[in-house]
Design a protein around this ligand. Structure first.
Ligand SMILES: Cc1cc2nc3c(=O)[nH]c(=O)nc-3n(C[C@H](O)[C@H](O)[C@H](O)COP(=O)(O)OP(=O)(O)OC[C@H]3O[C@@H](n4cnc5c(N)ncnc54)[C@H](O)[C@@H]3O)c2cc1C
Length: 738
């Protein structure tokens, strides 16, 4: 192990957090199956995947024999089988969101393309898994399982085709040009359909044996849209098209395929009914992709966070070794031992990278766990509604809207102290699976787009910081940890499965659901309580920033701009999108704090973790504080801009305000300490006085002031975390490429 000469103090970070720490923080310490899975995935990532990258396989966008060997590695290590239920040959019992998230995390720790290659196969199966008929599920899941010893068959791999050549499907998923028509329909027999679909940027297309494709009706005998399965052996054209000339994720295969195939109507995902001579698919393509993406997007978010955390070790090693080998730099000297780590800025920036990675993973894994909880509830909800004769889609939404009041009542009851609750009513509502589903659903509907948006979007920006910390090395192929590749890859992760605008648009709708907001109010109380017990976490800042965000949301929902136009409105993305961004900062900071508290609670029970726990906790708490402060700053900035920014400047029409108009130079002088203040209102040279005080804003102004004061100690925390980076032990060399 490499270390600096100074012996680490007891209360500082000794080593980089290992598996035992992560198992506690991400709550899989009691899941031996997941721990084994992590090891298998890591073996593939840091073995064959890392070697491929090091050998330059990313220099071509073509799907090569060497890259194809990855598929075999996925099959042999169990990665391919993670998605499958035991009845289809899989080995993970129950919901698999956390399992899949862990696999993606491990693979993208080394290479995002390899992770995507594995995930895209699951994405192809997901429509069938989520909305397929039993027959479809049984057939395609079994075929996608790697053959077991004694089985004489080849594995079937899939691709998912939604996106179409311009000007069709991209962000706007309703603009479908892919068509489904009836070509044969003999009396009493199953109809034969013609599928015409062109894809754009379709992952896994270089080797896919089947494709789940979104198509619209091109025939009066078919109603609406649906997703349909096409196979390479279907009669017609299954053209894989040309490879996409990608700058990123080159270990996955991407291309623009063309399909013109005949398939039986039983390939419509979820099945169909026939009404008045018209084929009515059970699910529209929109309903299928909604069920699919709401799970898979979480995994993509975690991929970018893995990159940030993976950057910590290579950057520390680079910083420490930066000046070694020079004639005048002797072992034992600060320049030799610490290298660049003698400089505060590089340490502070690395603290930011690390804190962002931690917050993203905490948010991502919490969301994956929540999906594991909601999966059985969702099936129960479907069964209950089916028993009541309530169909899918809008019928279910209407039925749930009627239960909204009860669900809010349950949240209000549980927020009270036990003695003050109506126990019988609380118990009855708590035992109602529909109510419980609705509450969880309102949460995942916010968390899923938040993970995808914040982890990838902000993550890509912070990944640039990580690259910059490696200097010129950062933007070469030789950069340890492949950080340059990871920076670009992060941008794709922010784009595919719906770019940031899609996530912001979804948040615009889901974050104003009263069921979510009621839980959010509970979190303010929770953060205040944590703040009083663990002030070092920055929970106080998060609580105040949450209040400020809520104040701004309520205000903007009611307020109009200077022209009298509504502010919080679907078309007013300038208002709704930044508010969605602000919320993401809060969520990420909160989940990091909760994970660190879990580490504090459970760490002592693990002999491995207990050993260095005080120092680890101090460091992680400091990261929480850093992240909370940054989140508070972002929320304050965004909310202030929105709350004030749509008012007309009071002095605008009569007199130019000194701070914005031609008198700016004078004002600059005014605010500089020691400069004589000219006569006039409070040193502000306008007749109107302070230009930003509007009626009814006092609450906001007070919260802003309080938020600033909440930052107390945040920079001390950053300094401590930075010092810890100079002392933490790291291995002699990176464990990949081999
Ligand atoms: C390497 C790679 C692999 C991919 N794999 C697959 C795959 O396997 N299957 C598949 O179906 N697709 C796949 N895609 C496609 C990907 O999902 C789309 O590229 C993505 O959804 C964005 O669509 P677009 O490129 O048409 O962007 P556009 O829709 O043209 O968007 C362009 C920009 O405009 C913004 N924008 C668009 N509409 C709005 C709006 N209403 N409000 C505000 N802003 C808006 C977007 O945020 C974006 O910044 C892949 C893409 C790539 C690059």
């Amino acid at each position: 192990m490499e270390t600096t000469s100074e012996k680490p103090a007891m209360d500082t970070l000794r080593t980089l957090p290992g598996d035992d720490v992560r198992q506690i923080m991400w709550r899989f310490a009691d899941r031996y199956d997941l721990q084994m899975l992590v090891q298998s995935a890591r073996g593939v990532a840091r073995g064959p995947v890392a070697r491929l990258v090091a050998e330059g396989a990313r220099n071509s966008h073509d799907w090569t024999v060497e890259k194809a060997r990855l598929l075999q590695a996925f099959d042999e290590s169990g990665i391919t089988a993670v998605f499958m239920d035991p009845e289809h040959g899989g080995f993970v019992e129950g919901p698999k969101n956390t399992a899949l998230a862990l696999v993606a995390f491990e693979l993208s720790w080394v290479d995002g393309g390899a992770a995507t290659c594995s995930l895209a196969g699951n994405l192809a199966l997901a429509p069938i898994h989520e909305r397929g008929t039993r027959e479809q599920r049984d057939a395609y899941m079994r075929r996608a399982m790697p053959p077991q010893p004694g089985e004489d068959r080849t594995i079937s791999r899939g691709a998912f085709a939604l996106t179409e050549p311009l000007p069709y499907v991209g962000v706007e998923t309703g603009l479908l040009s892919g068509k489904l028509r009836v070509v044969e329909w003999e009396e009493g027999k199953e109809p034969v359909l013609q599928v015409d679909k062109r894809g754009r940027f379709i992952t896994n297309i270089g080797f896919a044996n089947f494709v789940t494709a979104a198509v619209d009706s091109g025939d009066p005998r078919i109603k609406g849209s649906c997703m349909v399965i096409v196979e390479e052996t279907d009669p017609g054209v299954f053209d894989r098209g040309t490879a996409t000339r990608k700058l990123v994720h080159q270990l996955s295969s991407t291309g623009d395929p063309v399909f013109s195939l005949r398939v039986p109507a039983s390939r419509i995902i979820g099945g169909y009914t026939v009404k008045d001579g018209v084929i009515v698919p059970r699910y529209s393509h929109g309903e299928v992709i909604e069920a699919v993406f709401r799970r898979t997007r979480v995994t993509v978010g975690l991929m970018t966070s893995a990159k940030l955390l993976s950057a910590v070790e290579p950057v520390i090693r680079y910083q420490r070794g930066r000046f070694r080998g020079g004639e005048s730099v002797q072992p034992g000297s600060p320049r030799y031992e610490l290298g660049l780590q003698q400089r505060e800025d590089v340490l502070h920036r690395l603290v930011d990278v690390w804190a962002t990675g931690e917050a993203g993973t905490s948010l991502g894994f919490a969301t994956a766990r929540l999906f594991d909880e909601i999966d059985p509830l969702e099936r129960r909800k479907d069964e209950l509604f089916a028993a009541q004769g309530v169909g899918g889609g809008t019928a279910q939404l209407k039925a749930m809207r009627r239960l909204q009041k009860d669900a809010i009542e349950y949240l209000t009851l549980t927020a009270k102290p036990e003695a003050a609750r109506d126990a019988a009513r609380t118990e009855a509502l708590g035992a109602d699976p529909l109510i419980q589903y609705m509450i969880q659903d309102s949460l995942v509907n916010v968390l899923c787009p938040a993970v995808k948006l914040w982890n990838t979007g902000h993550g890509a920006t912070v990944m640039r910081e990580a690259v910059s910390l490696m200097g010129g090395y950062g933007i070469t192929e030789d950069c340890p940890g492949f950080l340059g590749h990871k920076w670009m890859d992060a941008q794709l992760e922010a784009t595919y499965e719906g770019p940031e605008a899609v996530q912001r648009r979804q948040l615009t709708l889901t974050m104003v659901n009263e069921l979510f907001l009621e839980q959010f109010r509970g979190w303010i109380v929770e953060m205040r309580r944590i703040a009083s017990e663990r002030p070092g976490t920055g929970a106080c800042t998060v609580a105040t920033a949450m209040q400020l965000w809520l104040w701004a949301l309520v205000h903007l929902q009611a307020a109009t701009d200077a022209e009298g136009d509504k502010l919080y409105h679907g078309t007013r993305q300038g208002v709704t999108f930044p508010l969605a961004d602000a919320l993401c900062w809060l969520l990420a900071a909160r989940y990091l704090i909760l994970d660190v508290l879990e580490l504090e609670a459970k760490g002592p029970q693990s002999p491995v973790v207990a050993e260095g726990l005080p120092g680890l906790l101090q460091f992680m708490t400091d990261l929480c504080h850093v992240q909370s402060a940054r989140a508070g700053g972002e929320v304050g900035r965004i909310c202030a801009e929105l709350v004030y920014g749509y008012n007309r400047h009071p002095a605008w029409d009569d007199l130019a305000c000194g701070s914005c108009g031609p008198d700016a130079a004078e004002v600059l002088q005014v605010v500089l300490p020691g400069v004589k203040t000219p006569p006039g209102a409070d040193g502000h040279p306008t007749k109107a006085g302070p230009c930003v005080q509007f009626e009814g804003m006092e609450g906001f102004t007070q919260l802003r002031l309080r938020l600033d004061a909440c930052l107390t100690g945040a920079r001390l925390a950053k300094d401590r975390a930075a010092t810890a980076l100079t002392k933490v032990m790291i291995p002699e060399a990176l464990d990949y490429p081999a």
